[in-house]
Design a protein around this ligand. Structure first.
Ligand code: NDP
Ligand code: MG
Length: 384
């Protein structure tokens, strides 16, 4: 019998991270938690450390480091500070799978470290592929790497494609809930509050992705994510709004057959599936009762109101540094909206102006992306 899978969870204090830890706890015969990390949530990291007793815990702030060091000194748990050290730990330790559940650009370098050191990755973070899809894709080739998607749509597509050839795919159809402002006019979007934007109808997620879902930037990022995960051109990736979020995505094949993956809107299955892949295990997942659900609905996304989707199609079409500028300006815009410095409808302008201003680079290296990210953030902040 194989031993327990040694797991590292990057971003263990977040929405995906905490759900993953529940799964590790539920399936403690199968998994052994070796490393957890977060940005600044020191109390939660301490609680998780005392409960799961991982070998390594990494926090990004000096204050968090001192706090954890002090409170874990009687335990056999090593405490570290900073994302550079996190990258070193990823490279120098044995993990069977690394769940990347950090939000935003900060996941890019740890993901690269994981690929370069031959670790299998369960990828929840989508910004990494938006920013560095080209680089990640060639690294996966060079290092014979493997990414199992965790994002529910991509987990669905990945499951639909099992045993299929990508050359037989006609279209990949991503479903979108439409977010809390589905059906709103541009005028109505003018007045929406942070509190309303944070109330997603179907999903309970971290704040950043919840705002991205309200602008449809999240769906845009998922288009880009689809391109890089499954190597399909932009004209084969479609979006359909499906307010119930029961069908998680679909694949249409050349012969006209369409395969979909269904389930309750919960990240439990995608996380469980990615951690166990290629094995399926019996689980406590919420059951899908189609008779109770009765009907499912579909509509076109309203691109004239939700302009973020077009940024994403453009990013796939032109490639290069476009995705990096798109992501950085969006991170700045979302953070300013969450801090009530700008209105909901101002976010799109910040992205538009950044894309106009920052010089496009066709084949950026990693160093270029790091620089472009910083430059874009600096510029986007001047607009606010
Ligand atoms: P959360 O905001 O809930 O959690 C983010 C995690 O990343 C936290 O552990 C946070 O630590 C850590 N983190 C934040 N900034 C940094 C940094 N600079 N360096 C290191 N760690 C950092 O996000 P979610 O769990 O919602 O999302 C995580 C990723 O998964 C995102 O990319 C999102 O798009 C994707 N995703 C999420 C889904 C969901 O249902 N939530 C669904 C599909 C994809 P701290 O607590 O200290 O801030
Ligand atoms: Mg998703």
């Amino acid at each position: 019998m194989m031993g327990k899978k040694r797991v590292a969870i990057l971003g263990s204090t977040g929405s995906i991270g905490t759900q993953a830890l529940n799964i590790i706890h539920e399936f403690s015969d199968d998994f052994e938690l070796k490393l957890i990390s977060a940005n600044s949530s020191k109390e939660l990291l301490l609680k998780q450390s005392l409960f799961f007793k991982p070998n390594h815990v990494v926090v990004n702030t000096g204050d968090g480091y001192n706090y954890l060091k002090k409170n874990l000194k009687k335990n056999d748990i090593k405490v570290y500070c900073g994302n550079d050290v996190l990258c070193d730990l990823i490279e120098s330790n044995d993990f069977d799978i690394i769940l990347v559940a950090i939000v935003g650009f900060a996941a890019l370098l740890p993901t690269i470290s994981a690929i370069k050191s031959g670790k299998k990755i369960a990828l929840a973070n989508k910004e990494t592929l938006v920013v560095g899809g080209q680089i990640i894709s060639s690294l996966l080739n060079d290092y014979n790497g493997e990414i199992i998607p965790v994002d529910s749509e991509h987990s669905a597509i990945f499951q639909c494609l099992q045993g299929e050839k990508i050359s037989t795919v006609k279209n990949i159809i991503l479903t979108a809930s439409g977010g809390p402002f589905r059906g709103f006019s541009s005028k109505e979007l003018g007045d929406v509050s942070v509190e309303k934007a944070l109330k997603h109808p179907n999903w309970n997620m971290g704040n950043k992705i919840t705002i991205d879902s309200a602008t449809l930037m999240n769906k845009g990022f998922e288009l880009i994510e689809t391109k890089w995960l499954f190597n399909v051109p932009f004209n084969k990736i479609k979006v359909v709004v499906h307010p119930e979020s029961i069908i998680h995505s679909l694949v249409e094949f050349l012969d006209g057959s369409v395969i979909a993956q269904l389930g309750q809107p919960s990240m439990y299955i995608p996380i469980l599936y990615a951690l166990n892949y290629p094995k399926r295990v019996s689980s406590s997942a919420p059951k899908l009762d189609l008779v109770k659900i009765k009907s499912l609905h579909f509509e076109e996304p309203n691109k004239s109101v939700f302009k973020h989707l077009d940024f994403a199609y453009e990013a796939i079409r032109v490639g290069g540094s476009f995705g990096c500028v798109l992501n950085a300006s969006n991170e700045v815009a979302v953070s300013a909206f969450l801090n009530k410095k700008i209105r909901f409808i101002d976010m799109v302008n910040i992205i538009e102006k950044s894309l106009e201003k920052i010089t496009f680079v066709q084949n950026p290296k990693l160093e270029d992306l790091l620089e472009i990210d910083l430059e874009t953030r600096k510029f986007a902040k001047t607009i606010i």
